[in-house]
Design a protein around this ligand. Sequence first.
Ligand SMILES: [Fe+2]
Length: 255
Amino acid sequence: MIDLHAHVLTGIDDGPKTVSDTLAVMRQAASDGTHQLVAVAHANDGHFAVSRGDYDRAFADAVREIQMAEIDVQLIPGMEVRLGPKMAEGYRQGDFLAIGDTKYFCVELPPNDFPAYTLDALYELSLEGLRLLIIHPERNRGIRKRAELAERLIRMEALGVASGGSILGQFGPEAEASAWQLIEMGFIQAVATDGHSVSKRPLRLSAYEPVLSRRYGESVAMSMLRTTPALVLQGAPVELVPHPRVGWRRWFGSR
Ligand SMILES: [Fe+2]
Protein backbone atom coordinates (compact mmCIF):
# COMPACT_ATOMS: atom_id res chain seq x y z
CA MET A 1 0.00 0.00 0.00
CA ILE A 2 0.99 3.63 -0.40
CA ASP A 3 0.42 6.25 2.29
CA LEU A 4 -0.01 9.63 0.61
CA HIS A 5 0.12 11.56 3.83
CA ALA A 6 1.95 10.89 7.11
CA HIS A 7 4.06 12.91 9.52
CA VAL A 8 7.18 10.83 10.17
CA LEU A 9 10.08 13.32 10.10
CA THR A 10 11.81 13.90 13.44
CA GLY A 11 11.16 17.02 15.53
CA ILE A 12 9.86 19.21 12.74
CA ASP A 13 6.12 19.49 13.39
CA ASP A 14 3.56 17.63 15.51
CA GLY A 15 4.83 14.26 14.29
CA PRO A 16 7.57 12.15 15.96
CA LYS A 17 9.75 13.99 18.46
CA THR A 18 12.82 11.75 18.45
CA VAL A 19 14.62 9.50 15.98
CA SER A 20 13.38 6.44 17.84
CA ASP A 21 9.78 7.75 17.50
CA THR A 22 10.38 8.11 13.75
CA LEU A 23 11.71 4.56 13.52
CA ALA A 24 8.75 3.26 15.54
CA VAL A 25 6.15 4.78 13.20
CA MET A 26 8.11 3.60 10.17
CA ARG A 27 8.27 0.04 11.55
CA GLN A 28 4.53 0.21 12.15
CA ALA A 29 3.92 1.28 8.54
CA ALA A 30 6.24 -1.42 7.18
CA SER A 31 4.67 -4.20 9.22
CA ASP A 32 1.24 -3.06 8.06
CA GLY A 33 2.21 -3.49 4.39
CA THR A 34 3.01 0.11 3.41
CA HIS A 35 5.94 0.27 1.00
CA GLN A 36 5.91 3.95 -0.01
CA LEU A 37 4.98 6.96 2.10
CA VAL A 38 4.81 10.70 1.46
CA ALA A 39 6.60 12.21 4.46
CA VAL A 40 4.76 15.51 4.81
CA ALA A 41 5.42 18.35 7.22
CA HIS A 42 3.18 21.31 7.95
CA ALA A 43 4.14 24.45 6.05
CA ASN A 44 2.61 27.93 5.86
CA ASP A 45 0.86 27.14 9.13
CA GLY A 46 0.80 29.49 12.14
CA HIS A 47 1.94 26.70 14.47
CA PHE A 48 4.36 24.79 12.27
CA ALA A 49 5.72 26.95 9.48
CA VAL A 50 8.40 24.49 8.47
CA SER A 51 10.97 26.10 6.17
CA ARG A 52 12.24 24.41 3.05
CA GLY A 53 15.76 24.18 4.50
CA ASP A 54 14.54 22.52 7.72
CA TYR A 55 12.33 20.19 5.73
CA ASP A 56 15.14 19.09 3.40
CA ARG A 57 17.46 18.41 6.35
CA ALA A 58 14.84 16.45 8.30
CA PHE A 59 13.93 14.45 5.20
CA ALA A 60 17.55 13.51 4.45
CA ASP A 61 18.11 12.55 8.10
CA ALA A 62 15.01 10.35 8.16
CA VAL A 63 15.98 8.58 4.92
CA ARG A 64 19.42 7.82 6.39
CA GLU A 65 18.04 6.55 9.72
CA ILE A 66 15.45 4.36 7.99
CA GLN A 67 18.10 2.84 5.73
CA MET A 68 20.39 2.18 8.69
CA ALA A 69 17.52 0.52 10.54
CA GLU A 70 16.77 -1.56 7.40
CA ILE A 71 13.12 -0.57 7.29
CA ASP A 72 11.81 -1.31 3.83
CA VAL A 73 9.63 1.73 3.17
CA GLN A 74 10.51 4.36 0.60
CA LEU A 75 10.04 7.95 1.74
CA ILE A 76 8.79 10.47 -0.82
CA PRO A 77 9.17 14.21 -0.11
CA GLY A 78 6.20 16.59 -0.02
CA MET A 79 4.76 19.33 2.16
CA GLU A 80 1.29 19.85 3.63
CA VAL A 81 0.76 23.52 2.86
CA ARG A 82 -1.87 25.34 4.89
CA LEU A 83 -4.22 27.43 2.78
CA GLY A 84 -3.09 31.03 2.46
CA PRO A 85 -3.50 33.83 -0.08
CA LYS A 86 0.17 33.63 -1.12
CA MET A 87 0.64 29.89 -1.69
CA ALA A 88 1.46 30.29 -5.38
CA GLU A 89 4.09 32.90 -4.61
CA GLY A 90 5.61 30.60 -1.98
CA TYR A 91 5.68 27.75 -4.48
CA ARG A 92 7.35 29.93 -7.13
CA GLN A 93 10.00 30.96 -4.57
CA GLY A 94 10.74 27.33 -3.75
CA ASP A 95 9.37 27.53 -0.18
CA PHE A 96 6.87 24.71 -0.73
CA LEU A 97 7.38 21.28 -2.21
CA ALA A 98 5.06 19.25 -4.41
CA ILE A 99 5.04 15.45 -3.99
CA GLY A 100 8.27 13.87 -5.26
CA ASP A 101 8.95 14.79 -8.87
CA THR A 102 5.28 15.30 -9.63
CA LYS A 103 3.00 18.29 -9.93
CA TYR A 104 0.67 16.98 -7.21
CA PHE A 105 0.61 19.50 -4.36
CA CYS A 106 -0.96 19.03 -0.89
CA VAL A 107 -3.12 21.82 0.50
CA GLU A 108 -4.69 21.71 3.96
CA LEU A 109 -7.80 23.82 4.53
CA PRO A 110 -8.38 25.34 7.97
CA PRO A 111 -10.85 23.24 9.99
CA ASN A 112 -13.42 25.90 10.77
CA ASP A 113 -13.46 28.12 7.76
CA PHE A 114 -13.56 28.23 3.97
CA PRO A 115 -12.23 31.75 3.44
CA ALA A 116 -13.58 33.85 0.58
CA TYR A 117 -10.20 33.80 -1.17
CA THR A 118 -9.92 29.98 -1.13
CA LEU A 119 -10.96 29.19 -4.68
CA ASP A 120 -8.91 32.08 -6.11
CA ALA A 121 -5.79 30.99 -4.20
CA LEU A 122 -6.22 27.39 -5.35
CA TYR A 123 -6.81 28.52 -8.92
CA GLU A 124 -3.64 30.58 -8.80
CA LEU A 125 -1.72 27.49 -7.69
CA SER A 126 -3.22 25.46 -10.50
CA LEU A 127 -1.91 28.07 -12.96
CA GLU A 128 1.57 26.95 -11.86
CA GLY A 129 0.74 23.62 -13.50
CA LEU A 130 -0.03 21.98 -10.16
CA ARG A 131 -2.76 19.43 -9.55
CA LEU A 132 -4.11 19.96 -6.06
CA LEU A 133 -4.57 17.32 -3.41
CA ILE A 134 -6.95 18.67 -0.78
CA ILE A 135 -6.01 16.99 2.47
CA HIS A 136 -8.87 15.73 4.66
CA PRO A 137 -11.55 17.98 3.09
CA GLU A 138 -14.12 16.11 5.20
CA ARG A 139 -12.72 17.89 8.25
CA ASN A 140 -13.45 21.35 6.83
CA ARG A 141 -16.61 22.83 8.26
CA GLY A 142 -17.30 24.99 5.18
CA ILE A 143 -17.35 21.96 2.86
CA ARG A 144 -19.46 20.00 5.34
CA LYS A 145 -22.08 22.74 5.34
CA ARG A 146 -22.02 23.51 1.61
CA ALA A 147 -21.54 20.56 -0.70
CA GLU A 148 -21.43 22.92 -3.69
CA LEU A 149 -17.93 23.95 -2.55
CA ALA A 150 -16.81 20.39 -3.21
CA GLU A 151 -18.42 20.63 -6.67
CA ARG A 152 -16.35 23.75 -7.34
CA LEU A 153 -13.19 21.91 -6.28
CA ILE A 154 -14.08 18.97 -8.53
CA ARG A 155 -14.46 21.39 -11.45
CA MET A 156 -10.90 22.59 -10.71
CA GLU A 157 -9.86 18.92 -10.87
CA ALA A 158 -8.65 19.05 -7.29
CA LEU A 159 -8.51 15.67 -5.65
CA GLY A 160 -9.58 14.94 -2.06
CA VAL A 161 -7.52 12.69 0.20
CA ALA A 162 -9.45 11.60 3.29
CA SER A 163 -7.87 10.83 6.63
CA GLY A 164 -8.49 7.22 7.58
CA GLY A 165 -9.46 8.36 11.08
CA SER A 166 -12.46 10.15 9.56
CA ILE A 167 -13.91 7.00 7.97
CA LEU A 168 -13.38 5.17 11.26
CA GLY A 169 -15.40 7.88 13.03
CA GLN A 170 -12.44 9.15 15.05
CA PHE A 171 -13.05 12.80 14.12
CA GLY A 172 -16.75 12.67 14.95
CA PRO A 173 -19.93 11.77 13.06
CA GLU A 174 -19.93 14.91 10.90
CA ALA A 175 -16.46 14.29 9.46
CA GLU A 176 -17.35 10.65 8.90
CA ALA A 177 -20.59 11.45 7.08
CA SER A 178 -18.80 14.09 5.02
CA ALA A 179 -16.08 11.60 4.00
CA TRP A 180 -18.72 9.20 2.66
CA GLN A 181 -20.53 11.99 0.86
CA LEU A 182 -17.33 13.28 -0.78
CA ILE A 183 -16.30 9.77 -1.86
CA GLU A 184 -19.72 9.23 -3.40
CA MET A 185 -19.50 12.61 -5.19
CA GLY A 186 -16.15 11.65 -6.72
CA PHE A 187 -14.07 14.26 -4.90
CA ILE A 188 -12.23 11.98 -2.46
CA GLN A 189 -10.22 9.40 -4.40
CA ALA A 190 -7.69 8.18 -1.82
CA VAL A 191 -7.40 7.57 1.91
CA ALA A 192 -4.18 8.20 3.85
CA THR A 193 -3.27 7.80 7.52
CA ASP A 194 -2.26 11.39 8.37
CA GLY A 195 -0.21 9.36 10.85
CA HIS A 196 1.56 11.22 13.65
CA SER A 197 2.47 8.55 16.21
CA VAL A 198 2.20 4.82 16.87
CA SER A 199 -0.75 5.12 19.21
CA LYS A 200 -2.57 8.39 18.70
CA ARG A 201 -2.77 8.53 14.93
CA PRO A 202 -1.20 5.27 13.80
CA LEU A 203 0.21 4.41 10.37
CA ARG A 204 -2.12 1.49 9.71
CA LEU A 205 -3.65 1.78 6.25
CA SER A 206 -4.90 -1.81 6.42
CA ALA A 207 -7.45 -0.76 9.07
CA TYR A 208 -9.42 1.11 6.38
CA GLU A 209 -9.58 -1.67 3.83
CA PRO A 210 -12.50 -3.64 5.34
CA VAL A 211 -14.50 -0.46 5.95
CA LEU A 212 -14.06 0.71 2.36
CA SER A 213 -14.64 -2.79 0.91
CA ARG A 214 -17.86 -3.26 2.82
CA ARG A 215 -19.25 0.00 1.57
CA TYR A 216 -17.86 0.32 -1.96
CA GLY A 217 -16.44 -3.07 -2.89
CA GLU A 218 -12.90 -4.43 -2.95
CA SER A 219 -11.82 -2.73 -6.16
CA VAL A 220 -12.64 0.74 -4.79
CA ALA A 221 -10.82 -0.07 -1.54
CA MET A 222 -7.85 -1.14 -3.66
CA SER A 223 -7.99 2.07 -5.70
CA MET A 224 -8.18 4.27 -2.57
CA LEU A 225 -5.20 2.65 -0.84
CA ARG A 226 -3.02 1.41 -3.71
CA THR A 227 -3.85 2.26 -7.31
CA THR A 228 -4.73 5.94 -7.05
CA PRO A 229 -1.83 6.74 -4.69
CA ALA A 230 0.45 4.95 -7.17
CA LEU A 231 -0.85 7.14 -10.00
CA VAL A 232 -0.20 10.22 -7.88
CA LEU A 233 3.40 9.17 -7.19
CA GLN A 234 3.91 8.59 -10.91
CA GLY A 235 2.46 12.03 -11.66
CA ALA A 236 -0.19 10.33 -13.78
CA PRO A 237 -3.73 11.66 -14.16
CA VAL A 238 -6.43 10.54 -11.72
CA GLU A 239 -10.05 10.63 -12.81
CA LEU A 240 -12.63 12.03 -10.44
CA VAL A 241 -15.09 9.16 -10.62
CA PRO A 242 -17.97 8.95 -8.14
CA HIS A 243 -18.02 5.76 -6.08
CA PRO A 244 -21.57 4.57 -5.37
CA ARG A 245 -22.32 2.34 -2.41
CA VAL A 246 -22.68 -1.31 -3.25
CA GLY A 247 -24.54 -4.37 -1.99
CA TRP A 248 -27.63 -5.05 0.06
CA ARG A 249 -26.49 -2.78 2.86
CA ARG A 250 -27.40 0.22 0.77
CA TRP A 251 -31.04 -0.81 0.85
CA PHE A 252 -31.07 -1.32 4.58
CA GLY A 253 -29.18 1.86 5.35
CA SER A 254 -26.43 0.11 7.29
CA ARG A 255 -22.69 0.53 6.91
FE1 LIG B 1 -1.33 16.08 8.06
